[in-house]
Design a protein around this ligand. Structure first.
Ligand code: NOJ
Ligand code: CA
Length: 564
């Protein structure tokens, strides 16, 4: 087995295709580690925990926004795209972080939020100070209101976070915000906006980052007609339960997934390709799978998140189909697929897979998933099995901080401690995303479980002690040890991007990878025969009978001698 130094060297290679089968670890900086003890995670905190990332064996980290922000949306309301929030550090600390990660062979991906700025952004402040119809206003999407004295919004559009999508400014005009009122949408037809983002990409590229995660990449381009359509028209046919044909053909919707995004991203691509190796990008694009290929193509962003596994219940047939379809789609656009179970926006998968049938595919608590109904043991068993299955697939694996601890969602945050705007804008009907953003437990004792010096604003439950890094570090049966082992093996085993399906019967999903290793998952409730071969790793308890794979478990095997 390669020693740690060799692994780091391997990871450091300037291979242009490094991202194709990389493991990328998402850090939500404010809840990762707090070095100065003010209750807010910071860049020094990440620096202080680099050993954790190194020992975990990830190829890259993706940093959620660390830019100056009033935190109307957890930092996705950016005041300045080319700076660091003073609460989190400064550019010099950022540079040290990039250097330190690179020294360990870990690449750095930063989050770019191009659909909207914050309302404190200099250009939005300029727009407010300028008159209606001015060039400054034209960088955002201002419109006159309707009704007497324009006192009604220009249309009945909703924000994705609940409530109206228009907010009125003192001189009577309204501006569009598809998220919170503190997140005005940019006008991407404006050349200044395009040029400013190209500058931002170069700014971070020149500081040594390796790639970008592109926030709501499908929303930037908009074409608002003089006569604004109703929200019902805009959303017609988007609900699978609604048989009505969509009002707009694919690529021509006024607000999302417009074909003209290709032009914008082609300009970005030219910037990416001016670096060696080229910078990478991954699109967060909530679009139908067949449209995803555009964002993932080589001329475009190069890769796109596949959220399908994150929206599906624990079911062999669904997993098999999703994997098959996504591998085919990725091949079609010359990219590699991505696999994601958890991120800062969704219910952690150790909880999701432990929710009762019918709820377990729910990615957001607003969709009726009740964390109080969680079966923790089943949830974690399935989460580990699902993760080990995905880690065996061709493509990149995106992990979210805390999943390596098997951390469940924190379901019972008191109303007066919640921060997520979705909770407030939905008047509490949507519990929101705070439960996935609680500060990590590093130690099993202490006021913040080793996160920092004082209790973080989102309260950590007492049971976090059991999930702490300290508790798990030296326990070979822990989820942390399991992730470390799996990622080390993944790096050793993965050779090419080939996959050959095995037909193993109901409840089993299995495939053989290039180089002669096999992964098999038992989605059923009873043990099932395991294909022949040496067991390299199991996601759960040891086999209780030789040759039988327990329920809700994945196995990796070497030299399978399957009769085909
Ligand atoms: C997607 C981000 O992941 C989410 O956290 C954010 O609220 C929205 N985009 C708006 O930026
Ligand atoms: Ca801090």
């Amino acid at each position: 087995m390669a020693n740690t130094d060799e692994v780091a060297i391997e990871r450091r290679r300037g291979d242009a295709g490094w991202w194709r089968q990389a493991t990328v670890y998402q850090i939500y900086p404010r809840s990762f580690a707090d070095a100065n003890g003010d209750g807010v995670g910071d860049l020094e905190g990440i620096l202080s925990r680099i050993d954790h990332l190194d020992q975990l064996g990830v190829d890259a980290v993706w940093l959620s926004p660390f830019y100056p922000s009033a935190l109307a949306d957890g930092g996705y309301d950016v005041d300045d795209y080319r700076d660091v929030s003073p609460e989190l550090g400064d550019l010099a600390t950022f540079d040290r972080l990039v250097t330190a990660l690179h020294e360990r062979g870990i690449k750095v991906i930063v989050d770019i939020v191009p659909n909207h700025s914050s309302n404190r952004h200099r250009l939005f402040q300029d727009a407010l100070a300028a008159a209606p119809g001015s060039p400054e206003r034209d960088r955002y999407l201002f419109r006159d209101g309707t009704g007497p004295r324009g006192a009604e919004p220009p249309s009945d559009w909703n924000s994705f976070f609940g409530g109206p999508a228009w907010t009125r400014v003192p001189d009577g005009q309204w501006y569009l915000h598809l998220f919170t009122a503190e997140q005005p949408d940019w006008n991407w037809h404006h050349p200044d906006v395009r040029a400013d983002f190209l500058r931002t990409l170069r700014f971070w590229g020149d500081r040594g980052v390796d790639g970008f995660r592109v926030d709501v990449a499908h929303l930037l381009a908009k074409d608002l007609p003089a006569e604004l359509p109703s929200w019902a028209e805009l959303t017609r046919g988007t609900d699978p339960a609604d048989p009505a044909p969509p009002r707009y053909p694919a690529g021509h919707h006024p607000l999302w997934d417009r074909d003209e995004l290709d032009e914008i991203y082609a300009q970005w691509r030219a910037v990416f390709d001016s670096y060696s190796p080229p910078l990478t990008a991954v699109a967060e694009a909530w679009v139908p799978a067949e449209r995803r290929v555009r964002y993932a193509s080589k001329q475009n962003l190069g890769q796109a998140f596949t959220f399908d596994l994150l929206e599906t219940p624990w079911d062999a047939g669904s997993f098999h189909q999703i994997i098959r379809d996504n591998l085919a789609l990725a091949a079609k656009s010359g990219t590699s697929s991505t696999w994601v179970f958890s991120n800062h926006d969704v219910v952690r998968h150790a909880t999701r897979f432990g929710l009762p049938k019918g709820m377990s595919g729910r990615r957001w608590l607003l969709e009726g998933a009740d964390p109080a109904l969680e079966d923790r043991v089943t949830g974690l068993r399935r989460a580990r099995a699902a993760t080990l299955l995905a880690m065996a697939l061709p493509g990149s694996m995106y992990l979210y901080q805390g999943e390596e601890l098997g951390l469940p969602e924190v379901g019972d945050i008191p109303a007066d401690r919640r921060q997520d705007p979705t909770y407030f804008r939905s008047k509490g009907t949507d519990l929101g995303r705070d439960g996935a953003r609680v500060a990590l437990p590093w130690t099993s004792t202490g006021v913040s479980f080793g996160f920092g010096g004082c209790a973080p604003p989102l309260p950590q439950p007492t049971w976090f002690a059991d999930f702490s890094v300290e508790r798990q570090r030296d326990d070979p049966a822990s989820t942390l040890s399991f992730y470390r082992h799996a990622l080390r093996l993944r790096r050793e085993l993965i050779q090419d991007e080939t996959l050959e399906w095995l037909n193993l019967g109901p409840d089993l999903v299995g495939f053989r990878r290039g180089g002669g290793w096999t992964a098999v998952t038992n989605f059923g409730s009873r043990p099932r025969p395991l294909p022949a071969g040496d067991v390299l790793l199991l996601s759960g308890e040891p086999l209780d009978a030789p040759g039988l794979l327990p329920a809700d478990t994945t196995a990796w095997l070497r030299r399978d001698s399957l009769r085909s």
